[in-house]
Design a protein around this ligand. Sequence first.
Ligand code: KG4
Ligand code: ZN
Length: 373
Amino acid sequence: MSEEKIIKIDMGEQISNDGGNRPVLCLGIESSCDETSAAIVDSNRNILAHIIYSQIPEHQKYGGVVPELAARAHILAIDDVIRQTLANAGKTIDDIDVIAATAGPGLIGGVLVGWMAATGIAQATNKPLVAVNHLEGHALVPRLRATAANGTGGDVKVEFPYLLMLASGGHCQILLVRGVGQYELIGQTLDDSAGEAYDKVAKMLGLGYPGGPIVDARAQNGNPHALQFPRPLCDKAGCDFSFSGIKTAARTFLDRTTGPLTDEYINDFCASFQASVVDCIINRLTHALADVRVHDAAPRTLVVAGGVAKNSAIRTAMEALAQQHGMLFAAPPMNLCTDNGAMIAWAGLENFNIGRVVREPIAPRPRWPLTEL
Ligand code: KG4
Ligand code: ZN
């Protein structure tokens, strides 16, 4: 895309490409894993339309996402998802100001599908294009929509800087979010992500995919003290995580169990596993809040995002931690925790607002750490 096709805007201004005060509309596309999703979001934080086509049923029989099947399903779905999103918003492509799509990290076959669709639309319509880092979508979406408490509090507008627990299927990081594009890594997992641990434990128990929501539901009827799972790294300084020991403990408990797994045992197992994940998260966040970088930045809000942010035990524990530290707590609504197009549209708008648009063709990236933005 040539330089003159890029709309230049001043930072902090009401962005508009017609000189007026009309909010800017962004079409966001997400296709990095097993959701084909598109949304139209405006610069006044309105979600005009949002479609999430989940491929979960197609991957369930394999116990996890099969990248080739996912890429193919994205190809089959993407046009309809985009067309229907525009129709639901009552808009045509001419009404859209900015096109944004996930350009990584993720399963590259899927990322390519969404990214090429976005590139094609942007080139054909002469509109600015934003390459969104998927993790940045998770990191910024609480600024589009978040509730103050565990699903019960009112809407909050999350201001920079904030301390973010980003927990998804692929990542587990504590980040100091100073601004758009300004992410300081405070801690991260040394092995598995929290979501992976949930998914693997669910698989061991034969509970199906994705494991997080199933283990979460089972845990609500179980005894968190029934089994003593380890709390890896919690006796150590720092803010890093390790979940592989918890997974090994799960395997060992199961190997020792003879006879069929009763519902009661599975519920206790899930509750005990979840208690250890929650304890690790709170321990590491407590260290993060004492970290000199975080302390000096004095974030006012503790935020959780990513698919695992749907977990009510994690939300409740983080809310209590925030209260102890005199901070606000914020979490996106459930449908904006797992992968979705609205978070990409919003991150697209936030990037567009500071002039971060694609100026020459770029290759999507299967790996793309937030700290490389
Ligand atoms: O953010 P996401 O949709 O995809 C990635 O970017 O990886 O996160 C998916 C992850 C899966 O591992 C899923 O099991 C987990 O989020 N998850 C949960 C819950 N709901 C989804 N984990 C724990 N509790 C939940 N309620
Ligand atoms: Zn994600």
